[in-house]
Design a binder for this molecule. Structure first.
Ligand code: ADP
Ligand code: MN
Length: 515
C-alpha cells in the first residue's frame, strides 16, 4: 500500500531517476505543459481552485448553500473518503489474518504470544462490533440510579492493632483528595487524585473556596466564547455516519448547520422513512453531533465521573466512548422528559456520538431562543409559569436537574417554551446536583425579573418550590452554605450507609405551580 504515492513518474526521461538527479531522488517534474493563454484562462484557474478545494476536504464542510448530503451524492463526493474506507477495509482484513495466525501459533498453550502491536486498526479507533454497544437498541436507561457500593456500617476496617477508623488522619486526607473531584469540571486539580495524596481539612477548604470562585468566573467567560464563529464542522467518520443515515432513507436530506457550539454542532435535516413500520420519523429533524475533538469534553469528565450512575462504566472507557456517553445521556434524559410530558425534542435515533431528534421550528428555521425573542407581558408571564411547572416536573417526575438551564437553552415555539440541551443534566443527588439546581433557579429568576414579570419568585423561593426542600436562609451566602451542607451530608451518608438520603427526592411534596 505504501508504494502508491511514490510510483515512478511515467515520464522520467532516459535512464533511471537515481542516476541523473540529486541523492534525495528526482524532484517531481510533472510539468503542466500549457501556453500562456491557457495559464490566463479562467478555466484553468477554476480547475486549480477546485483541486485545492478537494485537497482541503474534510476540514471544511460547506453548509450555507443548500443540502450537503442528499441521496444522490453519497458515494462519490470524496475520493479521500473512499480511500479511507478502502484502507480501513484492508486493515481489517489484515488484522483478521493476524488473529488467525496468532491463534495457530498459540494453540492451546498456556503461554501465548500476542500480535497486538502489529495490528493495523488500533483498538482505540476500532469500529468493530465487539466493543460496540448500540444504545439505540437499549430501552433501558443505564443512568438511572442504582445502589452505590457500601462501606461497613461500623465505621472502621481491620482488626486488632491494624484497625482504621473513618476519623483516621490518613483516611480523612485521602477522602479530601477524592473530594477534589467534586469541584467544577473546569477546575484543574492536577494529578493529585491519581496519587496517594492526603489533604488536611484546612488545605481542602481553602482549595474548595477557590474552586467555587473560579467556577463563577469561568461561567461568565464561557458565555462569550460560545457564540464565536463556526469552525470545523464534522470529521470524515461523522460524515460517513450521516451518509449512512441518508443512505438508509431515514433522513431525506441534511440541509445545513443550525448551530456550532463548543461541544456540539447541530444540523437540520428533512426526515425520511423509518425501517420500522410503527415508527414515524418527524418531517424535520435536528442532528446534534457531539464533537469528537476531545479537548472540550475532557473538562467535563467530572460531570459524568462524579455521577455515581456512571462510575462503574467510566473507568473502562476511552475518551471517544465517553463522548458517546454524552450523546447517550442526552437521549435518555430527553426520553424521561418526554415521558413526563415536558415539551422537548423527541428522540429519533442515536448512532455513536450523533443524536437525531425532532426539530423545534419550521421550514428549516429553528425556534428562537428565549433570549432572542420579544414576548409581550402576557406571554412572558405564561412562559414563566410554564417553566416553573417544568422545573418541578423535571425534578419530581424525571428525577433530574437540568444543570444548564437559561434563556439560551429554552426555545419559544407554538406559543410555549421547549427545553433543550440536557446532556449534562444530573439526578438531584449528584454531589453537586443541588448547586446546579440553584444556579438554574438564579438564571430563571433573573431572566424573568428583567423581563418584568411581577410575580417572579426570587431564586431561593424558586429553589424551594422546585425541590420541595425548605431552606430558610434569607441571603444567598447562607442559602448556598446550607445547600452545600445538605450535599455533604448526603455524600457522607453514602460513604457510611451506602445509600442516598431520601430527602432530595419526593418526600416533601413541593407545591405544583400550575398557572
Ligand atoms: P450546545 O451544547 O451546543 O449548546 P444545544 O443542544 O443547546 O447544544 O444546541 C445548540 C443550538 O442548536 C440551540 O441553541 C438551538 O438553537 C439549536 N437546536 C438544538 N436542538 C434543536 C432542535 N431539536 N430543534 C431546533 N433547534 C435546535
Ligand atoms: Mn445550548
Amino acid at each position: 500500500m505504501d508504494s502508491v504515492g511514490v510510483a515512478a513518474a511515467p515520464d522520467a526521461g532516459p535512464g533511471p531517476a537515481w542516476q541523473s538527479k540529486c541523492p534525495w531522488g528526482a524532484p517531481n517534474t510533472t510539468s503542466i505543459s500549457c501556453s500562456l493563454a491557457d495559464v490566463m484562462s479562467e478555466q484553468l484557474a477554476k480547475e486549480l481552485q477546485l483541486e485545492e478545494e478537494n485537497a482541503a476536504f474534510p476540514e471544511v464542510v460547506a453548509v450555507a448553500e443548500g443540502p450537503f448530503i442528499t441521496g444522490e451524492n453519497i458515494d462519490t463526493s470524496s475520493d479521500l473518503m473512499l480511500a479511507q474506507m478502502l484502507q480501513m477495509e484492508f486493515d481489517r482484513e489484515y488484522d483478521a489474518q493476524l488473529r488467525r495466525e496468532e491463534k495457530k501459533i498459540n494453540g492451546d498453550s498456556k503461554v501465548s504470544i500476542s500480535f497486538e502491536n502489529y495490528r493495523k486498526v488500533h483498538p482505540y479507533d476500532s469500529d468493530s462490533s465487539e466493543d460496540e454497544v448500540d444504545w439505540q437498541d437499549t430501552r433501558h436507561d443505564p443512568y438511572r440510579a442504582d445502589k452505590p457500593t457500601t462501606t461497613p456500617r461500623r465505621g472502621f476496617i481491620g482488626k486488632g492493632k491494624d484497625i482504621t477508623t473513618k476519623h483516621d488522619e490518613v483516611v480523612c486526607g485521602r477522602k479530601n483528595t477524592a473530594r477534589m473531584e467534586n469541584f467544577a469540571p473546569e477546575f484543574q486539580v492536577g494529578d493529585g487524585i491519581g496519587m496517594d495524596l492526603k489533604l488536611s481539612n484546612q488545605v481542602f477548604n481553602a482549595l474548595k473556596q477557590h474552586a467555587y470562585s473560579e467556577e463563577r468566573r469561568s461561567a461568565r467567560l464561557h458565555e462569550k466564547k460560545e457564540h464565536s464563529t463556526a469552525e470545523k464542522a464534522v470529521d470524515p467518520k461523522t460524515r460517513l455516519l450521516l451518509y449512512k443515515m441518508v443512505n438508509a432513507g431515514m433522513l431525506e436530506t441534511i440541509t445545513g448547520c443550525i448551530s456550532t457550539g463548543k461541544e456540539s454542532v447541530v444540523f437540520h435535516a428533512y426526515g425520511g422513512k423509518s425501517a420500522a413500520e410503527d415508527k414515524v420519523i418527524p418531517p424535520e429533524c435536528a442532528i446534534k453531533v457531539f464533537k469528537t475533538t476531545l479537548n472540550e469534553f475532557k473538562n467535563r469528565d467530572k460531570y459524568i465521573k462524579d455521577d455515581y450512575r456512571f462510575k462503574d462504566r467510566f473507568s473502562k472507557l476511552n475518551p471517544r466512548k465517553i463522548i458517546r456517553m454524552w450523546a447517550e445521556k442526552e437521549m435518555h434524559n430527553l426520553t424521561r422528559m418526554q415521558n413526563a410530558g415536558i415539551p422537548c425534542p423527541e428522540v429519533v435515533t442515536l448512532k455513536k456520538h450523533v443524536l437525531v431528534m425532532s426539530f423545534i421550528g419550521q421550514d428549516q428555521v429553528p425556534a428562537p431562543k428565549l433570549k432572542d425573542v420579544t414576548l409581550n407581558s402576557e406571554d412572558m408571564k405564561k412562559a414563566y409559569y410554564q417553566i416553573l411547572h417544568m422545573m418541578q416536573q423535571l425534578y419530581k417526575e424525571c428525577n433530574l436537574v437540568h444543570a444548564d438551564l437559561s434563556e439560551y437553552n429554552m426555545l419559544w415555539h407554538d406559543g410555549k417554551v421547549w427545553l433543550i440541551d440536557v446532556s449534562q443534566s444530573v439526578e438531584p443527588t449528584h454531589p453537586h446536583g443541588l448547586e446546579f439546581l440553584f444556579r438554574d433557579c438564579r438564571n430563571v429568576s433573573q431572566f424573568f425579573q428583567k423581563g418584568g414579570v411581577a410575580e417572579v419568585l426570587n431564586e431561593r423561593e424558586l429553589f424551594n418550590a422546585v425541590s420541595g426542600l425548605n431552606i430558610t436562609a434569607d441571603n444567598e451566602v447562607d442559602f448556598q452554605a446550607e445547600i452545600e451542607a445538605l450535599e455533604k451530608m448526603n455524600e457522607d451518608h453514602v460513604q457510611n450507609h451506602g445509600k442516598k438520603l431520601s430527602m432530595f427526592s419526593s418526600d416533601g411534596d413541593p407545591p405544583i405551580y400550575d398557572e
